[in-house]
Ligand binder design. Structure first.
Ligand SMILES: NC(=O)c1ccc[n+]([C@@H]2O[C@H](COP(=O)([O-])OP(=O)(O)OC[C@H]3O[C@@H](n4cnc5c(N)ncnc54)[C@H](O)[C@@H]3O)[C@@H](O)[C@H]2O)c1
Length: 474
């Protein structure tokens, strides 16, 4: 189904519309492509033709083929997103390709490629090369006056110190005026899940531009995509400021989660229910987003974003002596969190996991979402293996766990021959299990690692003599 560059324009039903290219068709770019393709004028007619561009890698090709075949490339429970996609298929204004020449047709380019932190070596570093080559590809193709909006989460200083100079160099080497582009930054707050689509179009956005003209153009574009009447845009004075805003936002969340970890241990030690305590505190408007104890932190953002600023300080901003001890410690605490659950299981199984079988319920990191990236379940399983245990995994929303190359059964396994059951992801599915019927007299140990079980499920376990423990409840 992949289209070649030559065919791209004739495939659009209305070839006159301005073209928006979305570079990177991952969780952000694929959904953003739909949001742009769905943008309409007051008559309900499309405002843009959209070309999604990904790499010719197996993953990239699979995403391209899925979009061209009219199916969203990721499992989703968001019906609104699927409905929007059906409408776009009828409109015929979205095409995906790996042909980079298509960037030469764009009036606007959204950059949604990934940018990771390389933790292979002792000192983590920003794995900037892939991102830089994505920008160089743009520099070799874009035409005069194109608006480039960086949506990728980037370290502060990236637009000014990396993207702009790269684009200038490329344009110069093509004999063009080196500043003949508009560069803006607007970070994504998209949340794959039931409100995946709304988290783009019905949500607040921050943006900035390298110049006022770029910021104006970015604000104008975003207001065609986003419901800015109900969710007004916030314009910041520089790209450094909006790059920092994204990192601070996610660092705040990651630190808030890590902060609760020690209180969870305290609550367990003194026999109180920290979830009840937190509910009482959340009544105060100033404290209503205090986090709660859990199994761990996963996903692509909270696991890396808090480290970007400290890495950027030296490598991009040439600052000495600027450190981020809270953020660094928060990431460390969050990484270790699943081991607290594993230690608890080990303790319940008389101090050894050797030869034991654990049933892990939930491999995705978010409730009711099938996203397994950087899932704490992976840390749990790998360490359980290292301690000699066998782990059987289940997740109602994951058929294949790519990071572990493991097929996941769709039906919850019978608890026969299981020594311990760990409820790790707080999927609604698990709250509906009739434990008495499911266990049928089997007596595994049970750990509620993520406030998954209902009060009546917990009461059943306690009253029926199960060895039962919880994270955050004594
Ligand atoms: N996933 C989220 O929920 C979320 C939320 C907010 C922000 N973000 C940020 O958005 C960015 C993208 O995240 P994601 O989850 O979509 O990542 P992803 O890994 O799912 O997707 C990135 C895509 O970019 C493609 N790509 C890489 N280099 C390319 C190139 N040169 N040309 C074309 N395609 C290229 C990859 O093949 C991949 O398909 C990241 O910076 C992330 O931190 C993600």
């Amino acid at each position: 189904m992949e289209s070649s560059n030559k065919n791209i324009l004739i495939k659009f039903q209305n070839p006159e519309l301005p073209i928006v290219c979305v570079q990177g068709l991952g969780f952000v770019g694929a959904a953003m492509s739909l949001a742009v393709a769905d943008a309409s004028d007051t008559n309900g007619d499309p405002l843009f033709n959209v070309i999604g561009v990904d790499l010719p890698t197996p993953d990239g090709k699979a995403r391209i083929d899925a979009l061209n075949a009219g199916s969203f490339p990721f499992e989703t429970v968001d019906n609104k997103l699927l409905e929007v996609f059906e409408n776009i298929n009828r409109r015929g204004n979205l095409i995906a390709t790996s042909e980079v020449e298509t960037f030469s047709r764009a009036s606007i380019v959204l950059v949604d490629v990934h940018l990771d932190i390389d933790t292979e070596n002792a000192a983590p570093r920003i794995a900037i090369q892939g991102f830089k080559s994505a920008i160089e590809i743009l520099g070799q193709e874009i035409t005069s006056g194109v608006l480039v909006i960086i949506e990728t989460t980037v370290p502060p200083g990236t637009c000014e110190n990396i993207v702009a100079p790269l684009l200038c160099d490329c344009l110069k080497s093509r004999g063009m005026s080196e500043n003949d582009f508009l560069l803006a930054h607007s970070y994504e707050r998209v949340m794959p899940g039931v409100d995946y689509y709304d988290s783009i179009i019905n949500f607040w956005r921050v943006y900035s531009g390298l110049t006022d003209e770029a910021a104006d153009a970015c604000g104008d574009f975003l207001s065609k995509i986003i419901n800015t009447k109900d969710y007004p845009l916030t314009r910041l004075k520089s790209t450094r400021a909006s790059e920092t805003a994204k990192l601070l936002e996610n660092s705040y969340r990651a630190t808030n989660i890590a902060f609760i970890e020690e209180w969870g241990r305290f609550a367990e030690a003194i026999g109180i229910d920290l979830f009840e305590v937190i509910e009482a505190i959340r009544v105060r408007p100033t404290h209503n987003n205090i986090r709660q104890p859990g199994f761990g932190v996963g996903g692509y953002c909270l696991t890396k974003d808090p480290l970007f600023a400290s890495l950027a300080a030296k490598s991009i901003l040439n600052l000495d002596g600027v450190q981020f001890p809270f953020c660094t410690q928060a990431v460390r605490i969050n990484q270790r969190m699943p081991l607290v659950s594993l230690d608890k299981v080990e303790k319940m199984l008389d101090g050894s996991l050797q030869g034991r079988t654990i049933l892990l319920l939930g491999v995705s990191y978010r409730p009711d979402v099938g996203d397994t990236r950087y899932s704490p379940s992976q840390t749990f399983v790998e360490n359980a293996y290292a301690r000699g245990a066998e782990v059987i995994c289940h997740d109602p929303l994951v058929r294949h766990w790519p990071e572990m190359d493991m097929n996941i059964p769709q039906n919850i396994p019978e608890p026969v021959g299981i020594d311990a059951v760990v409820f790790a992801s707080s999927h609604e599915h698990y709250r509906n299990i009739d434990l008495k019927q499911w266990f049928q007299g089997e007596q595994p140990c049970v750990l509620d690692a993520n406030n998954v079980l209902t009060e009546s499920q917990r009461t059943f376990l306690k009253q029926s003599g199960y060895k039962f423990d919880s994270i955050g409840r004594g």
